[in-house]
Design a protein around this ligand. Structure first.
Ligand code: UDX
Ligand code: ADP
Length: 473
């Protein structure tokens, strides 16, 4: 038997793009993506998808209504499916044991219970969400404890390695697909789906625990590279070295490689997974290993606070009453996702210091910005945030009349703005803080901006030309 019908529980950043690509590449398979949220499914069925991801609109348009369906009818989708992906959210626990670190598996557990309640025939259940090691075991326990006679489950781990902003490309040209499991027949069935477009040699099969740990390990090692280069950016600023030059020199060593060596403001989706790894290490009584990975997170936090402190210091140690423009609010370019975005930290610190903010991001909705900034962990007074934050339509209106600009996301459009025009419309002295190292700093200095960036000392701005009648011959 080959898989004819797939159901995906969770229509988020992982489930949505992954299943769209599966549907596109496997026209012989019916793919149904379900979610508890009525609003989210309505958006998937509309012209404006709930997530922004380059190429996603095209793929969805091509398949939706043919072999790709989005629905809240979870029951029918589970009943019909041969294979079920679980790609629900796995936030960090906000309470109880492991608070602030361990993954909250309530949604994964909820998904497993739904399958157990509804299923009436054999299912391959595939864990796609990034989960702590041994989560597949919990899913298996729930399914078997609630088993109906004659229904068999095979549990597989198939972690997703897509990065936001490049999800479709990452799915189409995956470096590898990882499938962990104990049942070779079930593994083979899932392999066959991916073989529609991924060469067999790039499909790796392992035991369940290796697969689960590999996902956490990959993210931890990527984050470690970013934290390492960010730690060196502080040394560069203190010595006069340039972190871009250092990264290039180091990255050209083929043993090291050039990717993920871009120093920046810090902050990332990695935090959740590494916190998870740290917590697991502690539970396994491996405190030294836990401390090692904790330091990667701490370095990321340090980078954010170091950068923000620099902004305040440069603005004569007080931003109270000053108007500051934040360019970019997403955690990276080409996505509207703001989860763990460094912009939230920057905004919070500047608001706490008494600044008023103009914020512009090409893809983050105004409602999302206010949701993030009025979250109880960020502010005590949502009314105050609404009074002091303005979300703007474009970079020009966001920067007009401000004392300083802080670039928080590396959107391409920020590289080609008319900074002369922006400078002319700002309060003087005009400051710009390039948290992503994307701007032409020499040009900005020539225009008269005071410029600061990560991992590099910059000279003072070119003084404005003197008036000729001041010259004594
Ligand atoms: C990451 C992993 O890359 C992906 O494989 C996994 O499945 C999910 O987590 P994602 O979080 O979408 O993907 O983005 P990624 O490109 O890894 O960037 C994470 C953060 O690190 C971003 O804030 C980014 O700006 C930052 N980063 C990345 C740097 O600061 N410097 C770099 O060199 C690379
Ligand atoms: P990710 O980035 O991991 O994809 P998201 O938060 O974007 O996470 O998406 C997860 C989705 O899973 C949410 O839309 C949430 O409503 C959905 N979800 C959670 N539990 C269930 C469930 N039991 N059945 C279906 N969908 C679920």
């Amino acid at each position: 038997m080959s898989i004819k019908n797939i159901c995906c529980l969770g229509a988020g950043y992982v489930g949505g793009p992954t299943c769209s690509v599966i549907a596109w590449k496997c026209p012989d398979i019916k793919v149904t993506v379900v979610d508890l949220s009525v609003e989210r499914i309505a958006q998937w069925n509309s012209e404006k998808l709930p997530i922004y991801e380059p190429l996603l609109d095209d793929v969805v348009k091509e398949c939706r209504g043919k072999n790709l369906f989005f629905t809240n009818d979870i029951k029918t989708a589970i009943l019909e499916a041969d294979l079920i992906f679980i790609s629900v959210n796995t936030p960090t626990k906000t309470f109880g044991n492991g608070k602030g670190r361990a993954a909250d598996l309530k949604y994964v557990e909820g998904a497993a219970r739904m399958i157990a309640d509804i299923a009436q025939s054999d299912k391959i259940v595939v864990e796609k969400s990034t989960v702590p090691v041994r989560a597949a075991e919990s899913i298996q326990n729930i399914l078997y404890a609630n088993n109906k006679p004659g229904v068999t489950y095979h549990i597989l781990s198939n972690p997703e390695f897509l990065a936001e902003g490049t999800a479709i490309n990452d799915l189409l040209y995956a470096d590898r697909v990882l499938i962990g499991g104990e049942n070779s027949g079930a593994i083979e069935q899932l392999c066959k789906i991916y073989e529609h477009w991924i060469p067999r040699k790039n499909i790796l099969t392992t035991n369940t625990w290796s697969s689960e740990l590999s996902k956490l390990a990959a993210n931890a090692m990527l984050a470690q590279r970013v934290s390492s280069i960010n730690s060196l950016s502080a040394v560069c600023e203190a010595t006069g070295a340039d972190v871009s030059e250092v990264a290039r020199a180091v990255g050209l060593d083929s043993r090291i490689g050039s990717k993920f060596l871009q120093a920046s403001i810090g902050g990332s989706c990695f935090q959740k997974d590494i916190l998870n790894l740290v917590y697991i290490c502690e539970c396994l009584n491996l405190p030294e290993v836990a401390a090692y990975w904790q330091q990667v997170i701490d370095m990321n936090e340090y980078q954010k606070s170091r950068f923000t402190a620099k902004v305040v210091q440069a603005l004569f140690n007080t931003v109270s009453g000053k108007n500051i423009a934040l360019l970019g609010f997403a955690f990276k370019k080409n996505t509207g996702d703001t989860r763990e975005s460094p912009a939230i930290y920057v905004a919070k610190t500047l608001l706490d210091e008494g600044a008023t903010l103009n914020i512009y991001d090409p893809k983050v909705e105004e409602s999302q910005i206010f949701k993030d900034l009025t979250h109880p962990s960020i502010c005590e007074s949502p009314e105050q945030v609404r009074k002091t934050v303005k979300v703007c339509e474009d970079a020009y209106s966001a920067t007009k009349g401000t004392h300083a600009i802080v670039v928080c996301t590396e959107w391409d459009e920020f590289m080609v703005l008319d900074y002369k025009k922006i400078y002319d419309g700002m309060m003087k002295p005009a400051f710009i803080f390039d948290g992503r190292k994307i701007l032409d700093h020499e040009k900005l200095l020539e225009y008269g901006f005071h410029v600061q960036t990560i991992g590099k000392q910059l000279r003072k701005p070119t003084p404005p030309p003197r008036m000729t009648n001041n010259h004594h011959v």
